[in-house]
Design a binder for this molecule. Structure first.
Ligand code: ARG
Length: 462
């Protein structure tokens, strides 16, 4: 191979061709072609800026713009031929551009390096994809609010340690899920703010001797500002770590919801019925209906947590500025995105369509002495100190366990043996309805509160 015909864009100083295995091993095209459209978006802005400062003529800019449009069409129509020999998305596109428009194509890379180019591409891409994630979060939240509205009065047992604790409303439980997703949404907004800084113009690491108008490029690409430090700009991947961290927390939330749905849909609980279309059967046990979608989301949380650790480890101890290690950031980012988007979509579709077995929830709340705290509070109102009331009710519960009945099923006489202050009105607080209605406080489980909270949540996301 003579120097003139070397297909490698950086081949000038090399005396022998790259080993075929090394060529494939170092190439990123198989995964970074996903950035092709944002790469073109970045190139368009860079070219416009180069023409503004006189590095490109108007004609050259026009040629580059039309060449890039042709390439964009080829990519969208799956006609573009990607080559491993050209290593990555940047060089594949640049080579095709030169093939299409000749000399002007070779000028596009003036004052630019793949180092600031890739950092810009990932930021452009993530910025866009975060919007999709946030939209899916909103879809899910709207579904949660719809379901919560139908169940502001539905009583279920609230658990701590997965032991019956106090009665709550199902609407209230769903609003807790809403809050988790709300924080996830907020975390992504925060992450997007730091993503929105433009690395382009940092070139390889030190900036460039061309008088680039970085502010202009930033405005064209709708970044809030160009980066302040070129070394940092080409090497920083904090934003990718932050995105994966936010995604890992969100997936952790989804896994908790998934676990609850798996438990609730079991025959032993029977609180909910998942839509058939989100479940599968067993090849051997004809009676089975397995909660596959919640289980899978629960399982997929592991891979997203893994991607976060992967990126942290990738960046650990890296010297400034760009290192080839950074090429390894893409697959974790992409898989995190796909997993998060898919999981949110599945939940947004499935959760509003679950069937709620109100009766089973109610009967379950009647077991486990869920209103014991209410009896203690009742005694406090009659003049007992809370710690003493706690003791009295503990004895009453022991009696209930011994005789196999709930506190509300004991007679007045039976209850009075624990404290003479107990009167007929005790049964108002021992019922499940009395218990939830009593918790009519900001953030509490009372149906009236739940209805109010739903309104607040709707306003928050509209
Ligand atoms: N494919 C590379 C990456 O993903 C692009 C930047 C390459 N720069 C370099 N000097 N090798 O990070």
């Amino acid at each position: 191979m003579t120097k003139q015909t070397d297909s490698r864009m950086w081949g000038g100083r090399f005396q022998e061709p790259t080993d075929a295995f090394v060529e494939a091993f170092t190439a990123s095209i198989n995964f970074d072609k996903r950035l092709a459209l944002v790469d073109i978006q970045g190139s368009r802005a860079h070219a416009k800026m180069l023409s503004k400062i006189g590095v490109l003529t108007a004609q050259e800019l026009q040629d580059i713009e039309s060449g890039l449009s042709t390439i964009e069409q080829e990519i969208v129509n799956h006609q573009f031929i990607w080559s491993v020999k050209l290593e990555d998305v940047h060089m594949n596109i640049e080579a095709r551009l030169t093939q299409l428009i000749g000399n002007a194509g070779k000028k596009l890379h003036t004052g630019r390096s793949r180092n600031d180019q890739i950092a810009t591409d990932i930021r452009l891409y993530l910025r866009e994809q975060i919007k999709h994630c946030q939209q899916r979060m909103r879809d899910f939240q709207n579904g949660l609010l719809d379901l919560a509205s139908s169940h502001s009065d539905t009583i279920m047992p609230g658990f701590t340690h997965l032991q019956v604790a106090q009665p709550i409303t199902f609407g209230h439980h769903l609003l807790a899920w809403f809050e988790m997703i709300e924080r996830d949404h907020d975390r992504l907004s925060d992450c997007a703010r730091r993503i929105n800084i433009l690395p382009l113009g940092s070139a390889a690491l030190a900036g460039t001797s061309y008088p680039l108008d970085r502010q202009f490029t930033a405005e064209l690409l709708e970044f809030s500002a160009p980066s302040r430090n070129s070394l940092d700009a080409v090497s920083d991947r904090d934003f990718a770590i932050e995105f994966c961290a936010a995604a890992a927390i969100c997936m952790t939330h989804l896994s908790r919801m998934a676990e609850e749905m798996v438990i609730w849909s079991s025959a032993q609980f029977n609180f909910i019925v998942l839509p058939d279309r989100y479940c599968t059967g067993s090849s051997i046990m004809p009676q089975k209906k397995n909660p596959d979608v919640p289980e899978l989301v629960r399982g997929k949380t592991g891979r997203v947590n893994g991607h976060l650790i992967c990126l942290l480890t990738l960046m650990k101890s890296q010297t400034l500025a760009y290192n080839k290690d950074n090429q390894e950031d893409k697959e974790p980012i992409f898989d995190t995105l796909d997993t998060l988007l898919g999981s949110l979509r599945a939940f947004a579709d499935m959760v509003p369509n679950i069937k709620v077995n109100k009766d089973a929830m109610y009967q379950s709340a009647r077991q486990g002495f869920a209103t014991a705290t209410d009896l203690a509070d009742y005694l406090v109102k009659k003049g007992l100190a809370f710690r003493d009331a706690h003791e009295v009710v503990g004895t009453a519960v022991a009696f209930g366990i011994q005789h196999g009945k709930d506190l509300s099923e004991c007679s007045l006489q039976e209850l009075q043996q624990f404290d003479a202050r107990i009167e007929q009105d005790v049964f108002d607080v021992l019922t499940l309805e009395g218990s939830v209605n009593a918790r009519n406080i900001t953030g509490g489980t009372a149906p009236e509160q739940v209805r109010f909270q739903i309104q607040q949540c709707r306003a928050l996301i509209s």
